[in-house]
Structure formats: C-alpha cells, structure tokens
Design a binder for this molecule. Structure first.
Ligand code: ATP
Length: 318
C-alpha cells in the first residue's frame, strides 16, 4: 500500500530561531492511525500545522497523495486547501467553534468553502452528524448549549464532512472525561475504517493512543526519536526516552517499572554531549552521543535514533 501522507526531512523554524522541527520523517497509509506522542513543547502541534500549511517550513517535503504541498503557491495552494482532502481538528473545540453559529452552519462551513451548493449541504451535514453519533435535533443548537463531548463530536463531524483523505486530530480527547474520551477514540477508530481515512492522532497521553493507534511516532525536541507498531514501541521501547514515557504511563507493568528505575538514575553531567536531542537527560549517554544519531531501522517498520539502542537495557529491564 502506498503512503497517503509522507513527510521527509521536515524542518520548521519560527523567526529564525532554533528549529522547532528538525529533520522529521513519517508516513501514514489510508485507513491507518499514526499516534504522535511527546511532552509539551516537543513540536506535535507544529507538525500538524505544517501539514496543513500553517507553519513556516524551511526545508523538507510534505506529500499528500503524492503531491508535495510545500511547493504549492498562490492559486494552486488555495485550490488544494479548498477541496478539503486534509482536515485539521483543533485542540480546543470551544475556542475553535464560532459561538454564534448553529451546529448545522458550523459543520457545513467546510462544504461551503469547497463550493458545495447550499441545497446539498444540509443533507451532507446530517450524514456527518450520523457518522459521529449526534442527534439531528442538535443541528439548530449553538456550541454553548452543548456538552464537552458533544462539542468534540461536532468538531469531528466538521472535520470529516468533506470526506477528507487525511485527518490531523490535535489532542482531541485531552479535555474530555474518561467515558467521553473512549467514545471519541472509538469513533475515530470506526471512521478511519469506514472512510478509509489516514489519521494523525496527537496526544501527550500514551494511554489514549495505546488502544487506537496502529503505529506510534515519538517526538522529542522536534525530532522523531522512535517509531513503529504501537504495541512493539510500548511493549519494548528501543529509545530511552520512549521507555521513560511508557514507564510513566498509568498501568506500566513490572518491566516498565524496572525501566523507570533505570531511567530515574541521575544523568551524568556531560556538557560535551549535545548532538542527540535526549543526551542531556539520558543516563546511558556516552562520548558517542556527541554525534547526532542516525535513524536506524533495527527491525522492519521500526526506527530509532539512539547510539545505545542495542545495549542500554539492563537484564532486569529486558
Ligand atoms: N507561532 C510560533 N512562534 C514561535 N514559536 C512557536 C510558535 N508556535 C510554536 N512555537 C514553539 O514551538 C515549540 C513547539 O510547540 P508546539 O505547540 O508544536 O508543541 P506541542 O508538542 O504541541 O506542545 P503541547 O503539548 O503543549 O501542545 C515550542 O517551543 C513553542 O514555543
């Protein structure tokens, strides 16, 4: 299967500062959910915004369905955006939904932008509400009269109403309680199957991603430090930073606690070690880490950017 989204050597820089994304590579196939995990400030939102053309890309390539979007300008770019094949679901639906518009208008907006005639829009909005499990009776309501879970589903309906090929969902469940969180995650899982959607699901919460993502990419300080099938990445992290994340997540098993114990060891002071993004926090860093680690593929479908990937685990943590 070919990749629907392909990101290669992406660099994003604001105001000529240090790069916020630094050589990011990833790919997502149709019908697949890629979870992007990383702590606050690691660049997750910037990555999603770059894909929809809202962040300053200084190098690299972002291809959707084989078309490199970083090279599009002017009219060609407007046309591609208008068609709505890529949709971005913002982090906070309360702030991203216009409080003065009804659900019908809000969900119909991307269709209006895409030039769908008004007569057709209502029907398509109602279909989108069905897909996210929202009652048609809510179509006349404004966001203030909806619950948090309903608002998030309105945001989802709006994101899929154009039948996009790619959905970027930025922390779609972080503001929800556990039951609504599960509901929205199950919905996303159903939608990617039903619509053959490629989904990039961003979260700082591993638990949310674990049950629904096919693959994970771990972002640290603007670099992908590890990627691979979700169960493998979480079950046996190859990068010390992923191990730290997995061990810190609720439900980490005995092996994970062992990893955590190892990782809690104070990082030795190695001012000379700085080329690896994680070296300053890594108890396993040695002189070799002064070189930026190349992304290796130790197993098919898995990548890791760590010089010590093969030998940092103690027998206790293996
Ligand atoms: N418009 C901007 N101008 C300057 N710097 C920015 C801008 N947007 C983001 N940044 C910087 O880029 C870095 C990554 O931010 P980003 O929001 O992508 O991280 P994140 O991983 O999504 O964090 P969070 O989980 O808190 O949302 C941060 O250091 C942030 O300050």
């Amino acid at each position: 299967m070919t990749d629907l989204l392909e990101v290669r050597s992406l660099e994003v820089e604001f105001d000529r500062g240090a790069p916020v994304l630094d050589g990011v590579d990833l790919q997502v196939r149709a019908g697949e959910i890629l979870g992007v995990i990383g702590e606050t400030g690691s660049g997750k939102t910037t990555l999603a915004r770059a894909v929809v053309g809202l962040a300053p890309v200084v190098a690299g390539r972002i291809s959707v369905d084989g078309l490199d979007r970083t090279r599009l300008r002017g009219r060609a770019l407007r046309e591609v955006r208008r068609a709505g094949a890529v949709q971005y679901m913002f982090q906070d639906p309360l702030r991203s939904l216009d409080p003065d518009l009804t659900v019908l208008r809000l969900v119909g907006q991307p269709l209006a932008v895409a030039g769908v005639p008004a007569g057709e829009r209502r029907q398509r909005v109602l279909e989108a509400l069905d897909l996210v499990g929202l009652d048609h009776a809510l179509a006349g309501r404004r966001p203030a009269l909806l619950s948090g879970g309903q608002r998030q589903r309105v945001a989802l309906a709006r994101a899929i109403v154009t039948r996009p090929r790619l959905l970027l969902a930025d922390e779609p469940v972080s503001a929800l309680d556990a039951s609504n969180r599960n509901h929205v995650l199950r919905l996303l899982d159903g939608l990617r199957r039903e619509l053959d959607l490629a989904v990039v699901l961003i979260s700082h919460d591993l638990e949310s991603l674990a049950g629904v993502a096919d693959r994970l990419a771990v972002l640290y300080r603007g670099r992908i430090v590890e990627s691979g099938p979700a169960a493998d990445v979480l079950g046996r992290p190859l990068h010390p930073y992923t191990a730290l994340l997995a061990a810190s997540a609720p439900g980490g098993g005995a092996a994970r606690r062992a990893e955590l114990a190892v990782l809690r060891a104070p990082a030795p002071a190695r001012p000379e070690v700085s080329a690896c993004a994680f070296a300053h926090r890594c108890p396993f860093a040695d002189a070799g880490c002064a070189e930026r680690p190349a992304e290796a593929e130790p197993l098919p479908g898995r990548t890791v950017a760590c010089h010590r990937a093969a030998d940092w685990r103690t027998p206790e943590a293996s």
